[in-house]
Design a binder for this molecule. Structure first.
Ligand SMILES: C/C(=C\COP(=O)(O)OP(=O)(O)O)CO
Ligand code: SF4
Length: 402
């Protein structure tokens, strides 16, 4: 399939929308009411620090809704307003936050059902409206919906589309795209659908394995078993790693993406020499600014003296999980929660350890004066952060009374 030509024709369709419908002001007011927080604004105004009783809260200097998330959620709200009676679908979660997705369900936006691991589009009718989430959608899904004659509202973040353009460039020059990401994450599924040949590497360990294979060869069967599901159909590591380009899922750990890019550049340099580098290696910076800023702010926060950290965001949120990783790396006791309702009753928290299952910890807030670092992922409303901080203050106030 000529994915570029298809996208071009979609752009010209009068049933394809990539912008709001002129209800921006109204929707901004609605979102402000539902997601913003006076307390968080107050903490921002006080240099990101607030002390009440014996608790000091230190907020990261960049956290919460990014531009792409605000834009996507606003477009979904506008879609509901613009098509008040039509059936509206969304192909996935709009972003990885349970309360925001629930809000769309409350507005009668229906989520495409997954049956036996496959999305079932049979229920989507010709006159229906379909929202594509902030992560985008695979080109095959777009084609299917277009063929059905649906109205498509595409909320894909432009930073994500930028990565699609990058893999298109790799494809044009017959380079294999090495994508730093999670192969089954919605964004990476979409990105890889625009690529020609591709291989998805999760982390530096996997990248090192691939780099070693490029230089020294290795066990082909082992390679294929390792990257089963994470490469294009018919991928052959013995012939398809001669010319490579690097791209990433926009919300991976920034430092790791940079290291992976350098690793492959050095690998190709070693194998083909400096003269041939440009014929065998392509690199474009596709790290999104919002990811970068939130991770940089987290690195600053963990340099402060903290007793513990609370990281708020969906459990399937890649960028939130990476913020949690930074705290763990610094050996700071860190609790990842997806909503403030995970706290309580009493001094109790239900949280998700990195790579672990939901766990309950009793007496998670220690006695005496404490400093708590707080941050939230790019898909977390400030309201959730406010509620979390409110619970922390309340528990500590109760402990002081006893
Ligand atoms: C939509 C989006 C980022 C917003 O945060 P999310 O938490 O929704 O997504 P992710 O971190 O990629 O799992 C894709 O860049
Ligand atoms: S994290 Fe970056 S790429 Fe993702 S939605 Fe936000 S701005 Fe867009």
């Amino acid at each position: 399939m000529d994915t570029k030509a298809f996208k071009r024709s979609l752009n010209h369709s009068d049933k394809y929308f990539r912008q709001g419908f002129g209800h921006g002001e109204e929707v901004a007011g609605q979102m402000q009411t539902e997601y913003n927080s006076g307390l968080i604004q107050e903490i921002r105004d006080r240099q990101y620090t607030l002390t009440r009783g014996n608790v000091t809260i230190k907020l990261a200097q960049s956290f919460g809704f990014c531009w792409g998330v605000e834009r996507a959620v606003a477009m979904a709200y506008e879609t509901r307003q613009h098509f008040p009676t039509e059936r509206i679908w969304i192909t996935n979660e709009i972003i990885h936050n349970p309360s925001v997705n629930q809000r769309l369900k409350d507005m009668a936006v229906e989520f495409i059902e997954v049956v036996d691991g496959e999305k079932d589009f049979s229920t989507v009718g010709q006159g229906d409206v379909v929202i594509l989430p902030a992560f985008g959608a695979s080109v095959q899904e777009m084609q299917l919906l277009n063929d059905k004659g649906c109205t498509i509202v595409d909320t894909t973040c432009p930073w994500v589309s930028k990565v699609w353009n990058t893999v298109e460039k790799h494809k044009k020059r017959d380079h294999t795209s090495i994508i730093h990401g999670k192969y089954n994450h919605e964004e990476t599924v979409a990105t890889s659908s625009f690529a020609g040949k591709y291989l998805v590497v999760l982390n530096l360990d996997q990248a090192n394995y691939v780099a070693d294979y490029i230089l020294n060869g290795g066990d082909r069967a082992e390679f294929m078993a390792k990257f089963d599901n994470a490469c294009s159909a018919g991928f052959d590591p013995d012939t398809d790693l001669d010319r490579i380009g690097v791209a990433n899922q926009t919300t991976m750990l920034k430092g790791e993406t940079e290291q992976i890019g350098k690793l492959f550049e050095h690998t190709i340099l070693k194998k083909y020499g400096p003269q041939a580098l440009n014929d065998h290696f392509l690199s474009f910076n596709t790290i999104c600014d919002a990811t970068q800023e939130r991770q940089d702010a987290m690195f600053e926060l963990v340099d402060e003296k903290l007793d513990l950290m609370v990281v708020i965001g969906g459990y399937n949120s890649s960028n939130t999980t990476h913020l949690q990783e930074i705290a763990i790396d610094r050996h700071i006791p860190s609790y990842h929660i997806d909503s403030a309702s995970r706290i309580g009753p009493g001094n109790r928290i239900e949280h998700k350890p990195l790579h672990g299952d939901l766990t309950v910890t009793e007496n998670w807030l220690p006695d005496g004066p404490i400093t708590v670092g707080v941050t939230s992922g790019a898909s977390t409303p400030d309201r959730s952060v406010e509620e979390t901080i409110g619970h922390i203050f309340a528990i500590k106030a109760d402990m002081a009374v006893v």
